[in-house]
Design a protein around this ligand. Sequence first.
Ligand code: 13P
Ligand code: SF4
Length: 303
Amino acid sequence: WPFYAPLILQINRLKKEKDAVILAHNYQSPQIYHGVADIVGDSLQLAIEATKVKQSIIVQCGVHFMAETSKLLNPKKTVLIPDSRAGCSLASSITPEDVIAMRAQYPGVPVITYVNTSAAVKAVTDVCCTSSNAADIVNGVAGDTVIMIPDQYLARNTAKKTQKKVITWAGSCEVHETFTAADIAELRHAYPTAKIIAHPECPPEVIDAVDFAGSTAAMIDYVKTQKPPRVVMVTECSMSDNVASEATGVDFLRGCNICPHMKRINLENVLWSLHTMTEEVTVADELLEPARAAVQRMIDFSK
Ligand code: 13P
Ligand code: SF4
C-alpha cells in the first residue's frame, strides 16, 4: 500500500477533476478494485451500472469487450481503456461472419451471445447473456432450440439447467478451460473441509465436481453469505484477494489462474489514461444500435 498510495491518490484526484468514473471488473487487482474503482462487479452488474453513470468519462478497468459494452450503452460519453490490448480468448474466438453462417445453418433459431464478444458479433445476434443470467435467457427466448455462442463450456453448463437444445460454438476461456476434474479431486484430497467454488466458464466435469458454480458476483456472494471456514475459488486469482478483506474469518486457499488480459490494466496505465484521455474506445456507427439493442434486451430480461 505505501508503494501504491501516491498513484491511488493521484488517480482519485484526477478522476474528480476530469468528471470521470472508474468501472472495474471483479478480476482486477486489489489496488484497482479497492483503491480507485467507483463501481465493481461482474459483467452484468457493470453493464447495468454503465446505464446509470452520470460522469462524462468512463474509465473501464477490465477487458476490451467490457469497455465496448460501456460505450454501446453511453455512445455520447468518452469511454477509456488503459490498455486496449486487454482482449479475451472468447471474444477473439468468433467473428460476425461465423455468426451469420450459423444463422444460415439453423434458420430461425435465436442466437444468444455471451457478452464476452466484440460489438460486431453482438450486432448480428438476438440477445446477449452473461454467466449470471444465461439460463434465464435461454429459458426466456422463444423456441425449443437456441444457439449459444461462443463459450462451449458456459453453453454446456447452461444446457443442464434447461430443457432446450443448445447449439454451441468452440470458444473457451483460456483461464478457466485448463481446470480439470483431477485438479478438483486433488484439492478435495488436500483440503477435505474446504468448499470449492468455480466459474461456469470451467469445463462441465469441473462444475459437476464443485460445491457451487456461479458468476464472479455470485461466487463473492456465496463466500460473504455462507462464510465457509475454508474456500477455494476456482477462477481468476484476484477474486480471493479482493473478497478476502470483506470476508474475515474465511481462509482462502489457492487454486486459481491469472488472466493475462485483465492484468494488463494497472495503476500506472489508469493514471496515464486519465492524464492523456487515451485510449478512447469507439464503436462503428452502423454497429452501435444493433449491438446496443442486444445488450439492452439482456438487461431488460434481468429486471
Ligand atoms: P462474470 O464476471 O460475468 O462472471 O464474467 C467472468 C469473466 O470471465 C469476465 O471476463
Ligand atoms: Fe476472457 Fe477468460 Fe480473461 Fe474473462 S478470464 S477476460 S473470459 S480470457
